[in-house]
Design a protein around this ligand. Structure first.
Ligand code: F6P
Length: 501
């Protein structure tokens, strides 16, 4: 039992409801070791080209250890990290103290998608004060209703727009940023708009060339993967909205998890143990999905964040060296906050044909709302994990029905339906409180878990070629929707274009 629980950077993980014996765990650790996790971890922290297909370092830990001395592909990076943090702090402190153009800053519209959206959005929802003086709104989708909703009712004079894109070529972000800039211009003119528009990008020259004031362009670097980027200036809006000190505490929590991942023995290493449980469920037992259920309203967006982190990183069918993957890789990740999910999709989790392993996240102490509600919430997370594991036997159901005087014929029909097979595995992760530090540690835990899984599966967790084809076909179809010449398509696509044109 003790081998199945671990404490790391303020988090407590209970893996004792996973199908892992002591020997199974030892075999999992041996597997990770044989796959070369120690060397790959060292290579990542040393800034080597662990993203081989793009010849890039993967160095998000450098972002949360600004006092460190990191190099990416041999080039020192920590001084730049410190300089950017200092600029972020200066802007955040100034806007929070002095507002903008002589008025208080009331709203920030954060425009970005994928890794330039999900992380900051998750952090904001997790930590925002209920009476936040600065409201954050997010626009990701190129569905025009999204930017319309984000801008609706705001006063351009008291609003800052922040456009975030690593590449600064992303269709959705550029389209939404153009709408927002025009909205500022329409009321405030060119200078007023420039004063209220910032950009964050790993292509800062491209951002400046698009007309953003270079003083308001914040850089990050090609060694920061999009889905690992929330520790960079990508979270500028959040750092302004929460205050810079909160952002630093988030970084410190992630840095504590980095140290745990680097120095804890593999047998007691939280990201390694989580990854072993995942690999065992996926490859050992053929389970193709995993549910993540935070029993914390403020972490409702965690499953969506993890969908990108895990499915974009390890949803690969080909190994780093180009050969086909030998095993199944990333499962489908889904989830919702508890207890809401219990009243929606938990039926399938308890009694469906497919076994879906779960991860529960519980927060021991809740500072918002009455204590009795929190006890109810905690009783649910504990009970769900127990019910899924232990189940309820058909014999027990039959006895219960008999005691109620149900007829034998009806018991025959009802008993199987009311039986719970059990043996549905889960891990529970407990945060003492939801703070910037524990949130940072939780997200970093998942980032490192992705590295360990990717190493075991032999895939490059840091590229995402699978998003490219759809993007280029969308441009081709856009040409046709805008009246261009018809292109060759399959019959279904041709018919859809005709219908939607
Ligand atoms: O299309 C996928 C993707 O490249 C993600 O990896 C990335 O997080 C997202 O798009 C946004 O990209 P960018 O930050 O360059 O706009």
């Amino acid at each position: 039992m003790q081998a199945m629980t671990v404490e790391a950077a303020g988090l407590y993980l209970d893996l004792a409801k996973q199908p892992l014996s002591t020997e199974g765990l030892a075999a999992g650790v041996a597997l990770a070791r044989a796959a070369g996790i120690e060397a790959r971890r060292a290579a990542l922290f040393a800034g080597q080209a662990v993203n081989a297909s793009e010849h890039r370092a993967v160095l998000h830990p450098a972002l949360r250890d600004p006092g460190g001395d990191f190099s990416a592909l041999g080039q020192p990076v920590s001084a730049e990290v410190r300089a950017t943090l200092a600029r972020m702090k200066a802007l955040a402190d100034d806007l929070r103290a002095n507002g903008i153009g002589g008025k208080p800053l009331k709203a920030i519209v954060h425009i970005g998608i994928g890794g330039s959206d999900l992380g900051p959005r998750l952090v904001w929802e997790a930590l925002r004060p209920l009476d936040a003086p600065i409201a954050l709104r997010f626009a990701a989708n190129v569905d025009g209703s999204e930017i319309a909703a984000a801008l609706h009712g705001l006063d351009p004079a008291t609003t800052l727009v922040v456009a975030v894109s690593k590449a600064f070529t992303t269709q959705e972000t550029l389209a939404n940023a153009t709408v927002a800039r025009d909205w500022l211009r329409a009321t405030l003119g060119e200078d007023g708009a420039r004063a209220r528009f910032a950009a964050v990008s790993a292509a800062p020259d491209r951002a400046a060339a698009s007309g953003v004031d270079p003083q308001k362009v914040f850089a990050f670097w090609d060694w920061v993967g999009g889905r690992f980027s929330l520790w960079s200036a990508v979270s500028l809006s959040v750092a302004i909205g929460l205050g810079f000190e909160m952002f630093e505490r988030l970084l410190a929590g992630a840095a504590a998890m980095d140290r745990h991942f680097l120095y804890a023995p593999l047998e007691r290493n939280a990201p390694v143990l989580l990854a072993i449980a995942q690999v065992m469920n996926r490859d050992g037992l053929g389970r193709s999905a995993r549910a993540v259920i935070p029993y914390a309203r403020r972490l409702t967006l965690l499953p969506a964040f993890l969908q990108q982190l895990e499915m974009e990183s390890n949803g690969k069918r080909v190994r780093t060296d180009g050969r086909p993957a030998e095993h199944a890789t990333a499962p489908v990740v889904f989830g919702d906050a508890g207890t809401n999910g219990q009243h929606a999709f938990f039926q399938q989790l308890h009694q469906g044909v497919d076994v879906v392993p779960l991860e529960f996240i519980a927060v021991a102490k809740q500072d918002e709302g009455p204590a009795e509600l929190h006890r109810k919430l905690l009783s649910n997370v504990i009970a769900q994990a127990e019910a899924l594991l232990v189940g309820k036997s058909e014999a027990a159901v039959r006895a219960e029905l008999q005691a109620k005087g149900v007829s034998i014929a009806e018991i025959e029909i009802l008993a199987p339906q009311k039986t719970f097979p059990g043996n549905r595995p889960s891990t529970t992760i407990v945060l003492d409180r939801l703070t910037p530090e524990t949130l940072g540690a939780l997200i970093a835990l998942y980032e490192h878990k992705v590295l360990v899984e990717g190493t075991i599966w032999g895939v490059n967790s840091f590229d995402q070629w699978g998003v490219e084809l759809g993007k280029s076909l969308a441009n081709r179809v856009l040409g046709e929707l805008e009246g261009g010449a018809a292109q060759a398509h399959d019959p279904s696509t041709t018919a859809l274009i005709a219908r939607l044109r």
